[in-house]
Design a binder for this molecule. Structure first.
Ligand SMILES: [Zn+2]
Length: 255
């Protein structure tokens, strides 16, 4: 007759691989190694702006995705997984779609995408100063989360729906397409195929600067979290080829 095996006195330690994959349950839901709990706001920030993110299905597998972190930081942030916005995607957008049929003087909703010749977009700063007053109901910001190619596909697929009620905005010419973002280079998260794309979290932070009553504060808080995330993540990424710094802090690019 076999004797029952004695239980080990010390807890079984997870193997290296398991430890690496262990997910933090204290709030951030990120791998323990890159836990962001002490960097996140104690309460998700309340914004007057409703943020709607259409996330490409492939993005859910992205290790460096910023959207899950953004969702932890913002109270009014809705994420829709898919390739296209249409009627039925979101009650909020459906409402806007139906009221968009009337000729409203100020459109509440904006979506972020660089314009093309065929489809011009408005610089966010200009748009904000031309929409003279505060928007009583708060703005609605729509963002596409994906690689450059996917974002473009998602935007065009959503256009028949979106164009009824939302204005296309962009960051104007201060957006440095070659080198990432106009923020410090330590915010650059990804290489190809993201080259030229700003992370979704940074993009949202920048737009909220213009849309929110306390915009600068909200932006600063989000950027602070994003910087912590990048710093942590950078410790566990293989070093990449250094890229030329196109913009130095506080300097404008030369023409
Ligand atoms: Zn955590």
């Amino acid at each position: 007759m076999e004797e029952a095996e004695q239980l080990p006195l010390s807890p079984i330690l997870p193997s290296d691989g398991e430890a690496r994959r262990r997910i933090c349950t204290a709030g951030c839901d990120r791998p323990v190694k890159v836990c962001l709990c002490d960097k996140l706001p104690h309460q998700p920030l309340s914004t007057a702006t409703q943020i709607v993110i259409l996330q490409h299905p492939h993005e859910q597998r992205q290790k460096l995705a910023t959207v899950p972190v953004l969702r932890k930081c913002l109270k009014n942030c809705q994420i829709i997984i898919g390739r296209k916005l249409r009627k039925g995607s979101s009650p909020l957008l459906d409402n806007l779609y139906h009221s968009g049929a009337d000729s409203t003087p100020l459109r509440r909703a904006v979506y972020l995408f660089p314009g093309t010749e065929l489809m011009p977009s408005v610089d966010i700063g200009e748009w904000r100063s031309s929409s003279n007053s505060e928007c009583i109901d708060g703005f609605v910001l729509i963002v596409f989360d994906g690689t450059w190619k996917h974002a473009k596909e998602m935007m065009y697929a959503s256009l028949p729906f979106l164009s009824k009620f939302a204005t296309c905005i962009c960051f104007g010419c201060d957006y440095d397409v070659g080198g990432g973002s106009i923020y410090n280079s330590d915010l650059i998260l990804k290489k190809e195929p993201y080259k030229g794309c700003m992370s979704t979290m940074e993009a949202v932070a920048r737009v909220l600067r213009f849309l929110e009553p306390a915009g600068l504060e909200v932006e600063a808080k989000l950027v602070e979290v994003l910087k912590s995330m990048v710093r942590l993540q950078a410790c566990y990424l293989k070093p990449t080829k250094p890229r030329p710094k196109l913009l130095k802090k506080g300097m404008e690019p030369e023409d």
